[in-house]
Design a protein around this ligand. Sequence first.
Ligand SMILES: Cc1ncc(COP(=O)(O)O)c(C=O)c1O
Length: 353
Amino acid sequence: MVELPRTAGGGPVVDLRSDTVTRPTPAMRAAMAAAEVGDDVFGDDPTVVALEAEVAALFGHEAALFAPSGTMTNQIALQLVVPRGGELLTGGDGHVVTYELGGAAVLGGISTRTWPAVGAELDVARIAEMIRPKGFPSLPTSAIAVEQTHNLGGGGVVSVDALRGLRAAADEAGIAVHCDGARIWHAHVADGVPLDEYGSLFDTLSVCLSKGLGAPVGSLVVGSAERIAQARVVRKRMGGGMRQVGILAAAGLHAVRHHITRLAEDHARAHRLAVALEPLGVVDPAAVRTNLVPLDLTKAALDAPALAAAAAEQGVLMAAMLPRRARLVTHLDVDDAALDRAIEVLTGLLRAR
Ligand SMILES: Cc1ncc(COP(=O)(O)O)c(C=O)c1O
């Protein structure tokens, strides 16, 4: 395990706030140091070109574009599939309408309409009914966005059958489907669905290298060659054109080559954590499919900020998502010993009060 920061008392910090907190491994740092680079705005960076080609191929698409963040790749993709003034349908608990600070409206001039928050449990018939067709005085729907895995849905995996149904409904209506696949790797490992099968179900995907795969930075928009050519223009307009960025692309290449299958270890640890906390009535292990462990603290003595503060004092960091909802996330920098420590601290706190 990479050496982690220590508490004031000298104990190690176990950081379960997010899988974005990972530090590059020594092998990843070596790949970064050795990367061939060029000016990527001129298309001259061979490592970026290689990463884009490799990720596009993984999803069975023609092209991909490297950008600094998952928020930027989502927002670029939305601008590709929805014209200004057009409508996007998505879940009320989706990242694109919860954590991207109105980006669809502000940057893309996009009007969003949401189905009720259901996490990873898509109700395809209901979504299909919400699609507004062209030819009426109402604003027609241009695209649907889904999230895989679902962040506020506790890392739940949208079933491939539901996604196939959604694709069919979108095809019938002649509209596009975007996937916020920040953690699509986790879905692939949990359900065994090939990445190119997921790719075949979406017009555009946003995939992240820094959530669970251990890269320090980076996301890609994936799609057709025509859409990615357009994406390059939108990225530049949004200030996302980068120069000798092969140093970061090398980390991304290392991540996709070496850190996908090992996600099964993170999923197993998340499950072990959920099983250990189940007797305290805060989590259902059956609902923990990937590396996110949502805690429902409605009946607990401590609310989420109080539990997070008390755990932090003992070196265990967690995210308070809502007053009574917290989240624990396993990742590359959490080994079995760190998990044992987290279980000890959290069971102690949840039992004591
Ligand atoms: C589902 C999902 N989509 C998009 C993002 C945005 O990624 P970034 O933080 O790189 O902008 C996140 C971030 O955690 C996420 O969980």
